[in-house]
Design a protein around this ligand. Structure first.
Ligand code: F7E
Length: 333
């Protein structure tokens, strides 16, 4: 029975990955920060299932600021695969919290690499890195060989961690892989990311629970996919015979305005009547033309299953459903 250890298991990707691995017969161990509340979290349905929790799913308190604690968990669990998903992941916030972001994203990853280097049993390590390492690339689409040129603290921290994974792989011959992930979304996305924010607010306006939606740059473009496809890709990356880096992306650019059009169309409203531009939400400097070339991932058999319009419609429907049951009480930032 394979054993996996996931850092960041309470996040969007961690929760989908846990489900995916449990379905494949894995025993899953997750690292949970002491501050995380499991009730009403993305893991609640697994955590509250006595056939799963404590049997094939185990949670351990810990964080990457305390390497000794992680080392103990690693020794006790002795996983065959580690999925490293933890870290501050909001690009806009990384300008306000540059040190916290760097510590969790860059140093957190380096601490894990140092521990794995000393770990006596072989273990496969997946690092969830980001298209933000490319910042403002001179070439589009980007692939695994595109030079790093981040333009925000989050991208710079991810760039460092990505490069350290490559360096430790080469120097120590360890099984360490980077998944270079472009934006991937779902109803489990945090509310302050643009897809979820738009889908949730469009649904709230439709239900009379909000009147307007404040946004930054609506002309910004990204390569948006379905989070469930990306966690499948993470697993596939660790099944390759030789550790390597893979871009996971759809290869298609859309704008924030495209999300607005689709989301408001889904609730039968005109977005122009409800959206206000808010200069405080303008990012500047903004990453540009981040669109991935998933050719190498396709060669290992990874194909994204969901098209962009279908993704946005799914997210809006989920918000209509959840807001009808529990009305919205606060504004996403
Ligand atoms: O922004 C623009 C914003 O915050 C997308 C993370 O998972 O993907 C994610 O980072 C775009 C940007 O995601 C608002 O300026 C306009 O151009 O949803 P986002 P992100 O920054 O691309 C990458 C790959 C990661 O690795 C990250 O961890 O939308 N935008 N108006 C806005 N964005 C937000 N959040 N809020 C707005 O009001």
């Amino acid at each position: 029975m394979p054993i996996a250890l996931i850092t960041g298991i309470t996040g969007q990707d961690g929760s989908y990955l846990a489900e995916f691995l449990l379905d494949r017969g894995y025993t899953v161990h997750g690292l949970v920060r002491r501050t995380s509340t499991l009730e009403r979290s993305r893991l609640q349905h697994l955590y509250s299932n006595p056939a799963i929790y404590g049997k094939t799913l185990h949670l351990h308190y810990g964080d990457l600021e305390q390497p000794i604690n992680f080392m103990r968990i690693l020794q006790r669990v002795n996983p065959s695969e580690i999925y490293h998903l933890a870290g501050q992941s909001h690009v806009g916030l990384s300008f306000e919290m540059a040190e916290t972001t760097t510590d969790s994203v860059a140093m957190g990853t380096l601490r894990l690499l140092e521990i794995i280097r000393e770990h006596p049993s072989p273990v496969r390590f997946f690092h969830a890195t980001s298209s933000e390492i490319f910042g403002r690339p001179t070439l589009s689409p980007q692939d695994e060989n595109t030079p790093l040129s981040p333009v925000n603290p989050y991208g710079a921290a991810k760039g460092f961690a990505t490069q350290m994974v490559r360096i430790y792989r080469e120097k120590f011959g360890l099984y360490l892989a980077n998944g270079i992930l472009y934006n991937h979304e779902s109803p489990r996305r945090g509310e302050n990311f643009v897809t979820r924010k738009i889908c949730r607010t469009a649904a709230a306006i439709k239900l009379g629970q909000a009147s307007e939606l404040r946004l930054g740059d609506t002309s910004a473009q990204r390569d948006w996919g379905d989070a469930r496809d990306y966690v499948r890709g993470m697993w596939m990356i660790l099944q390759q015979p030789v550790a390597d880096d893979f871009v996971l992306a759809t290869g298609i650019l859309h704008s924030v305005q495209d999300i607005l059009e689709l989301a408001f169309q889904e609730v039968g409203l005109d977005w122009r009547a409800h959206v206000r531009k808010d200069d405080r939400l303008m990012r500047g400097p903004e990453s540009t033309t981040l669109v991935g070339n998933p050719e190498k991932a396709r060669r290992m058999g990874w194909v994204p299953s969901t098209q962009f319009p279908e993704l946005i419609r799914w997210m809006v429907k989920a918000e209509l459903d959840s807001l009808s049951r529990a009305p919205r009480t606060e504004d996403p930032a």
